[in-house]
Design a binder for this molecule. Structure first.
Ligand SMILES: CCCCCCCCCC/C=C\CCCCCC(=O)SCCNC(=O)CCNC(=O)[C@H](O)C(C)(C)COP(=O)(O)OP(=O)(O)OC[C@H]1O[C@@H](n2cnc3c(N)ncnc32)[C@H](O)[C@@H]1OP(=O)(O)O
Ligand SMILES: Cc1cc2nc3c(=O)[nH]c(=O)nc-3n(C[C@H](O)[C@H](O)[C@H](O)COP(=O)(O)OP(=O)(O)OC[C@H]3O[C@@H](n4cnc5c(N)ncnc54)[C@H](O)[C@@H]3O)c2cc1C
Length: 655
């Protein structure tokens, strides 16, 4: 069937090449090209197609479908991608497995990275190759039923038995059961388990251990292990998040991951070079989250923007033809700032992935000095991007009206998966407070006359306000944001200090200042996102692409400043606020002809989108009807439940 002419016209009005834009989004022409090649190759392999729409499947069917595809994938793996390229691998996973989770998701995202970062060379020799070849399937078991955030209160124990040189793992209480780890329930046969290291009754706190859970031949749980699935979730139902308990389960001493901390055979403990080095797998995932969330947001926007360009409802001036809903200013205001955020998140994502890779090298070389900075940055970023992504996806759903609420849009699934990120890898408020610790320390350095020692990301906290001339462009908006973040950080810190100086304990003063502190963290992070966006656009060579991204940046800076209006009242007059508001409306109009091309540029395939509304060809209505007819409820005209309950009820009522 040919493309919907409304979309053809939209594409014709674009002022740039979507391939050129994709090269900017994905960091290089080479990778953008590789993505297209992988997508093209996959589309030719029929076994990769869903056997029927995932949204009509039960959990058991979804998991089985994911396993089926993984088995097929293992036959093609080496021919489809450069297996040493993580981004290619991720693209392949996204295309084939989608976003609902699968048995290898945690194997790839946490199990292998933990082995790389935490296992000694000998341990890597033993397990890393096996994991990379997928001879074993691993997961990352840290969270317990009773504790996820406060890692110091985890209850699982690994007690060193000097006589046998083994660790004995135990789950002493119900609340100590590991609870949530992805792929733990039914798929993984090995796990990195985080347990308290106990030697001669001294608790050295949480450490990582490599633990076999199931027999490698029968896949039956090993004696001493209780393991299973935790049940259905809001989303991610293609994944078997699990529970795990230990009863006097023994593992060799060599199974404690000993790249950094060590236990010798006589039970001596060797400290790591940094107390939090064992948390690196979490930092790794957090450093990926801006990118992943940017892509979730992008997916919802591809659907909403394409659909808005084919959905006609109501009239503007021309009463002879209904208007595309994308032409309403309210629709543009609902969608375009989120397009800008999706671009900004992806740009930040590339930056934090690069920073993590560098940190990994530094730490392997004994330099841990960058850990605190990256922890602070990724803590704030994961919190802000997950929250704003959730907001943006929900707006995209509403922008699709009634059909947005149907699973045919697939937006609800994207939403459910994306907002999981507000919780996993550290609950958002908790992570904002981690960043706040860093910001408060920075203010204390300024107060102690050590401004020169501040890192580049917080140097603005020591600066004075300057005059703002909004006509000068994005960098002036950055100054507005700096003002807001600086003011809020100082205010929150001073509140905390005042409470503490009044005699309150440090903890209680912190608690009573914590809402204000989280606000400071959000503003600081949004400033970082904006400045990364500005720097990125500044470096683009293709002038057509650059021109459109400057337009998109204008949407971003004006929208973001309007959104934090309350924090800039002392800086901007009401006339200046009006000016910004009007600039935003003008920016929405400017970007309108490029809206479809901007979302096309994400190059997210129909196979991955799984959305009837977001189809690239825009043929929504006929496919919506086809999709509804394929609902299992429509297999028969009269359901057994009608025959069994409703008919007798109606007949009884007639009497
Ligand atoms: C390649 C192909 C891949 C294919 C896959 C594709 C599919 C992808 C789909 C994947 C989908 C989903 C994945 C889902 C994964 C989810 C996995 C998880 O959720 S794992 C569990 C995560 N859990 C957490 O994040 C727990 C959160 N809690 C914490 O991180 C910590 O407890 C805490 C930071 C809140 C506090 O730690 P605590 O030990 O109590 O700290 P203290 O108070 O003692 O000290 C604070 C001090 O330490 C510094 N700190 C803390 N963390 C770090 C760190 N990581 N690095 C450096 N420094 C750290 C902190 O800044 C403080 O410093 P001060 O100087 O004292 O201020
Ligand atoms: C989809 C998904 C996948 C997951 N995958 C894994 C996995 O593979 N492996 C794994 O180990 N775990 C996994 N988890 C668990 C996840 O990491 C934890 O749920 C998460 O870290 C939050 O911890 P919690 O559940 O203990 O929340 P809680 O800490 O109980 O949070 C409840 C509330 O208390 C607040 N709160 C808690 N502490 C503080 C504080 N100090 N200050 C202020 N407020 C506070 C929080 O902000 C929140 O509002 C997964 C979770 C989900 C949802």
């Amino acid at each position: 069937m040919s493309e919907n002419p409304d979309l053809t016209n939209e594409r014709a009005s674009g002022t740039f090449e979507t391939n050129a834009m994709a090269a900017v989004i994905y960091g290089s022409e080479k990778f953008a090209q590789r993505r297209r090649e992988i997508t093209e190759a996959i589309s030719k392999i029929p076994e990769f197609q869903d056997s029927h729409p995932l949204v009509f499947m039960s959990r058991e069917e979804k998991i089985s479908e994911a396993c089926r595809k993984l088995a097929v994938l293992s036959n093609y793996w080496n021919s489809l991608i450069d297996t040493s390229d993580e981004e290619e691998a991720l693209h392949l996973y996204r295309e084939v497995l989608g976003l609902e989770g699968h048995p290898l998701a945690l194997h790839e995202t946490m199990f292998i990275p933990s082995l790389i970062a935490q296992a000694s060379d000998e341990q890597q020799e033993k397990w890393l190759g096996r994991a990379q070849r997928r001879e074993i399937i691993g997961c990352y078991a840290q969270t317990e039923m009773g504790h996820g955030t406060n890692l110091r209160a985890l209850e699982t124990t690994a007690t060193f038995d000097i006589s046998t040189r083994e660790f004995i793992l135990n789950s002493p209480t119900i609340t100590s059961l590991k609870w949530w780890p992805g792929a733990l329930g039914k798929s993984a046969n090995w796990s990195i388990v985080i347990a308290n290291l106990i030697i001669k009754e001294h608790n050295y706190g949480p450490h990582p251990f490599m633990v076999q859970l199931r027999d490698e031949k029968s896949h039956e749980p090993l004696p001493g292990i209780t393991v299973g699935d935790i049940g259905p979730k809001m989303a991610f139902n293609g994944a078997d998040n699990g529970f795990l308990g230990f009863k006097n389960y023994r593992i060799p001493r060599e199974n404690m991951l000993m790249r950094h901390s060590k236990v010798t055979s006589d039970g001596s403990y060797i400290k790591p070079p940094h107390a939090k080095i064992g948390y690196s797998s979490m930092v790794k995932v957090r450093s990926r989250m801006a990118m992943d969330q940017g892509l979730f947001l992008a997916s919802a926007l591809v659907i909403a923007v394409r659909y808005s360009a084919v959905r006609r409802q109501g009239y503007l001036e021309d009463k002879s033809r209904e208007v595309k809903v994308l032409d309403y200013q309210t629709q543009q205001h609902r969608l375009f700032p989120s397009i800008a955020r999706a671009y900004a998140f992806i740009f930040c994502g590339f930056e934090t992935i690069r920073l993590y890779d560098q940190l990994l090298i530094d730490v392997q070389n004994g330099n841990t000095s960058g850990m605190a900075d990256l922890h602070a940055l990724t803590s704030g970023l994961k919190s802000v991007v997950t929250y704003q992504t959730g907001e943006g996806i929900e707006q995209a759903r509403m922008a699709c009206g009634g059909h947005g609420y149907s699973m045919a849009s697939y937006i609800s699934e994207i939403y459910g998966v994306a907002i999981g990120g507000c919780t996993y890898e550290g609950e958002n408020m908790v992570m904002l407070l981690q960043l706040a610790r860093y910001l408060v320390k920075s203010i204390e350095m300024i107060q102690n006359g050590k401004s020169r020692e501040l890192g580049p990301m917080v140097a603005y906290l020591a600066e004075n306000e300057s005059e703002i001339d909004l006509n000068l462009g994005p960098n002036e908006y950055l100054k507005v944001f700096e003002y807001a973040a600086r003011n809020q950080t100082w205010r929150a810190t001073e509140k905390f200090q005042k409470l503490r100086n009044s005699g309150m304990s440090n903890e209680e003063a912190w608690n009573q200042a914590s809402v204000e502190l989280t606000r400071a963290s959000r503003l600081h992070t949004r400033l970082y996102i904006m400045s990364t966006f500005i720097n990125h656009v500044g470096s683009i060579v293709d002038q057509k692409v650059k021109g459109v991204l400057i337009d998109l940046l204008n949407v971003h800076v004006t929208y973001e400043v309007m959104d934090i209006g309350i924090y800039v009242q002392g800086l901007l007059s009401s006339n200046q606020m009006d000016l910004i508001r009007n600039q935003l409306y003008v920016s929405l109009e400017t970007i309108r002809p490029n809206a479809v091309s901007l979302v096309d540029s994400f190059q997210i395939s129909d196979m991955q989108l799984r959305s009837v509304l977001g189809r690239r060809d825009g043929n929504v209505y006929e496919n919506l009807f086809k999709w509804a007819k394929s609902s299992p409820l429509n297999k028969t005209d009269v359901l057994p439940s009608v025959t069994q309950y409703l008919k007798p009820m109606m007949e009884k009522s007639k009497l």
